[in-house]
Ligand binder design. Structure first.
Ligand code: MG
Length: 398
């Protein structure tokens, strides 16, 4: 029997996001696995959850019993489904799948049933301060071979043109939700006028609108034939999806903030969205993600797992292996890797012509150079972009 010998959380920040990767060592010399546990806004809390709570619970256990370990960890804290604990659990869970793949001499996608496709189609993010800047960026990505492009003007919530603030307004990332909603159809009109309807366009609302404004936007963008509209509503407002669904045919993708089955299950079973797109480490790892993918397949809902810069390359590899093996794969978000990330994580998946390919090594095919990771220590700072405020000064969800 191969047993768990040690569990560590390794922190590094080779680019903008603080990354958390879990390494599980086994009783077999040289056999270890890696998993993504990245919760960039609370990285130190995840490290404590991994090393102070999961390690004492799991050392000495059979590394092959992934399902049993997942269920045990999930229930062990009694209170469950939180982002810190789910990310910690994900780090261990993915590492165990990595170990099982290495023991089998197979990539993880083989353990999941084998490839449904040979490459995974990606969507990239194009932004700019004006419609013309966004258009230039779209053409640049098309020239690189991308067929699916998410268009945004400014950061999420757009660029507020006014300077309306009350006296004594607190510092924060200000935006104007109503002004943003008006800007989106104008942007899509401009981009469609430039690239036509052959390229697939996406847009991310990032939960920045009130429910009725969100409904109006979903209807207003219908003529532009989006591939999907992303995170139109906040997790707390998901009951409003029924209204959106009843009034327009804009495809909907939802879920990057979800961490509880209570959030995704009704949206899938009631066919209220077209794509489910959780952050796999945030939902607890590959074990729950593959079950949700299968549940979604039955309901003809596709996958579009969250794939931004605050997923480690190990997490991106996990997304990729699941994408390859699921019949109901829809699209994969992709932010790209920096050179430093590639050095720290040998084995990174490669993009060619708008598709992502694995390296076909056993497990996730990824490694972690800890000496190089240590050259990019995490910088702790109080984030400003999540201190989001409306023009009247009200603090709102980012
Ligand atoms: Mg998003």
């Amino acid at each position: 029997m191969v047993t768990i010998k040690d569990i560590r959380a390794i922190l590094t920040q080779p680019a903008g996001s603080r990354l958390v990767v879990v390494r599980v060592d086994t009783s077999e010399p040289g056999l270890y696995g890696l998993g993504c546990a990245t919760f960039t806004q609370r990285h130190l809390a995840v490290k404590v959850a991994v090393e102070e709570y999961l390690k004492p619970l799991l050392v000495g256990r059979d590394a092959d019993r992934i399902e049993d370990i997942w269920q045990t960890c999930w229930a062990h804290s009694y209170w469950r489904n939180g982002p810190v604990l789910n990310n910690a659990l994900s780090g261990v869970d993915m590492a165990l799948w990595d170990i099982k793949g290495k023991r089998a001499g197979m990539p993880v996608y083989q353990l999941l049933g084998g490839k449904c496709r040979d490459g995974v189609a990606l969507y990239r993010h194009a932004d700019g301060r004006t419609p013309t800047e966004v258009e230039d960026r779209v053409h640049g990505l098309m020239a690189e071979g991308y067929h699916y492009i998410r268009v945004q003007m400014g950061g999420y919530g757009g660029i507020p043109s006014g300077s309306r603030r009350p006296e004594g307004a607190l510092p924060g990332a200000y935006f104007d939700d109503r002004e943003y909603a008006r800007s989106v159809p104008k942007l899509l009109e401009h981009i469609r006028g430039s690239v036509g309807f052959e390229i697939e366009l996406l847009h991310d609302v990032h939960e920045r609108l009130r429910p009725t404004d969100a409904l109006a936007l979903a209807k207003a963008v219908e003529p532009y034939g989006l591939f999907f509209l992303e995170d139109l509503l906040a997790p707390e407002d998901i009951e409003y999806f029924a209204l959106v669904r009843a009034q327009c045919a804009t495809p909907l993708a939802m879920g990057e903030l979800f961490n509880s089955p209570h959030e995704w299950t009704p949206l899938i079973s009631r066919r209220l969205v077209d794509f489910i797109r959780m952050h796999i480490s945030q939902m607890g790892g590959l074990t729950p993600a593959r079950k949700v993918a299968a549940f979604a397949e039955i309901h003809n809902v596709r996958t579009a797992w969250h794939g931004p810069g605050d997923v480690s390359p190990v997490g991106h590899a996990c997304n990729l292996h699941l994408d390859l093996a699921c019949a109901n794969f829809g699209i994969q978000e992709w932010a790209g890797f920096t050179d430093a990330s590639r050095e720290i994580f040998p084995g990174c998946p490669e993009v060619r012509g708008g598709y992502l390919y694995p390296n076909d090594q056993p497990g996730f095919g990824m490694d972690l150079d800890e000496a190089k990771a240590a050259q990019y220590p995490c910088k702790s700072q109080v984030e400003m972009w999540t201190q989001t405020r409306l023009p009247d000064g009200t603090a709102v969800r980012p």
